[in-house]
Design a binder for this molecule. Structure first.
Ligand code: ATP
Length: 457
């Protein structure tokens, strides 16, 4: 079974995980709304991240910084001067392209132009005769840089003084609050500050469904440590991120590490690795893990005039900490887990089913309650109510039981329980496993225990 892009996207839309944004107005291109199941899947991804990065990690804490920040932040971080993409227009069909994407798409991800100069990219495109993906022409404008930050105005006057930006990453909020957190929470190195939140980038070439959008959610951690210790923490977090994906059912053969070459690295970074996933169109970045040295804090110290040094409580030594940053997009993880989970199975009698093999932790609904007859509805609702105290549940009494199972398979519900005559007599139910389709008879309390075990993470 081939998992094509079209199949995956149409399944996500059909099952109400994702809708086109502003659909009744003809949509707003590349914006997406997450329906009830989609919202739950996103929430479960975020909860799983928070659990492993914060709850279970005694070194790490959470922050929720403002989206709107003093514009000087973006001067210090370098976003105002250099957060731009190399843009080329096709003179024939007038579409815009990112030069680095023309190269990576043309080579199916085998050649990365990250870190190349504009001239190197133009030469590569010319020498390899790379066509416009829309119309096939070879007539491109020269590359120009395009800043990706969304601008807006704060207050009633719209002038240069009131210009502010929607944050293009959550990381800078963490750097700006480094001292506040370190002092008030008496944190000793090493420690991490984690943040989940919306980021905005005026991408030139958004697309591939929810893979590249202009509004997205990031989960970022800045892990501060002593200079030199970053050499140990960088491989540690690189592996930690991959293990996190695998522990949630990510398939190893669809994942790879891609270490940035010397030419690609930002001048301040001593190492950057992307965890990439084999999306239906080719390899794409899901998670970026970077050793950012002391660059960000030093910049903010310089621009703000605040001393951002850390004083070692044992030695009295003062220095600017180094930082390792794992940064991941929630929607990219969503898409990755969605692709991995998707399956079409042929059953006995030539029947087929689409089934989403989500890890139970990620599955939007953990258990669906299905009464076999309308007259069992009251009992079924009562059981559902009791289970919903512990898990997300669904209830469905319409259509044949086979159809109801299929509906739950299609959204990846790991367990369905049916309420039948015996339930009315002794309170037991049958519980069906999504993947094996095996059924067993259990009491409601045993069902609760079984599902609790399955979602322990
Ligand atoms: P790309 O090369 O794909 O543009 P990037 O290297 O600019 O990504 P980072 O700045 O490292 O991305 O952002 C960290 C993470 O945030 C990425 O690994 C990705 O998961 C997510 N992300 C970045 N840009 C977008 C976007 N436009 N839409 C959705 N997710 C994004």
């Amino acid at each position: 079974m081939e998992k094509t892009f079209d199949k995956i996207v149409s399944h996500a839309k059909k099952t109400g995980f994702v809708f086109q944004g502003s659909e009744i107005y003809g949509g707003l291109s590349n914006t997406w709304d997450f329906g009830p199941y989609g919202s739950m899947l996103k929430d479960h991804i975020k909860m799983a991240w928070k659990k492993k990065f914060i709850q279970e990690n005694p070194d790490n804490v959470e922050l929720q910084a403002a989206i709107l920040m003093n514009p000087r932040v973006w001067e210090a971080s370098g976003h105002l001067s250099s957060f731009s993409d190399p843009l080329m227009d096709c003179r024939s069909c007038k579409t815009r392209h990112r030069a680095d994407h023309l190269i990576s798409d043309f080579t199916h991800g085998e050649v990365s132009a990250d870190g190349w100069t504009n001239e190197q990219m133009e030469t590569y495109i010319r020498e390899h005769n790379i066509p416009c993906p829309k119309c096939g022409s070879h007539d491109f404008t020269p590359i120009r840089q395009f800043n990706l930050m969304f601008k807006t105005f704060q207050g009633t006057v719209e002038d240069a003084k009131s210009t502010i930006y929607l944050r293009p990453e959550t990381a800078q909020g963490i750097f700006v609050d480094f001292k506040n957190i370190q002092r008030t929470y008496r944190k000793k190195l090493p420690f991490g500050i984690c943040q989940i939140g919306k980021s905005f980038r005026n991408e030139i070439t958004p697309g591939n469904f929810i893979f590249r959008t202009r509004e997205f959610e990031q989960m970022e951690m800045e892990f501060f440590c002593r200079p030199g210790d970053d050499q140990e923490w960088f491989p540690y977090w690189r592996k930690f991120c991959m293990d996190w994906i695998l522990s949630l059912g990510g398939q190893r053969e669809n994942l790879r590490y891609r270490d940035h070459t010397k030419e690609e690295l930002s001048f301040y970074s001593t190492g950057t690795t992307d965890i990439e996933y084999a999306f239906p169109w080719g390899w794409g970045e899901v998670w970026g893990i970077a050793d950012r040295t002391d660059y960000d804090l030093s910049q903010h110290q310089k621009f703000s005039g605040e001393n951002l040094e850390y004083m070692d409580p044992n030695t009295g030594e003062k220095f600017i900490p180094f930082v390792v940053e794992p940064s991941v997009g929630v929607e990219r993880l969503f898409f990755m887990f969605f692709c991995d989970a998707y399956d079409e199975e042929t059953l006995d009698k030539g029947d087929t089913r689409i089934v989403m093999h989500f890890h139970p932790v990620l599955a939007p609904i953990k258990c669906a309650v299905l009464p076999l007859r309308k007259s069992y509805a009251e009992k079924a609702r009562e059981i559902r109510q009791s289970l919903s105290y512990d898990f997300e549940t669904d209830y469905d009494e319409s259509g044949s039981i086979g159809k109801r199972y299929r509906r739950q398979d299609e959204i990846g519900t790991p367990y369905c329980i049916t309420i039948d005559e015996q339930t009315m007599a002794d309170g037991t139910v049958t519980i069906r496993d999504r993947d094996t389709m095996a059924q067993e008879r259990l009491s409601v309390e045993q069902v609760r225990e079984k599902i609790s075990q399955a979602i322990r993470f």
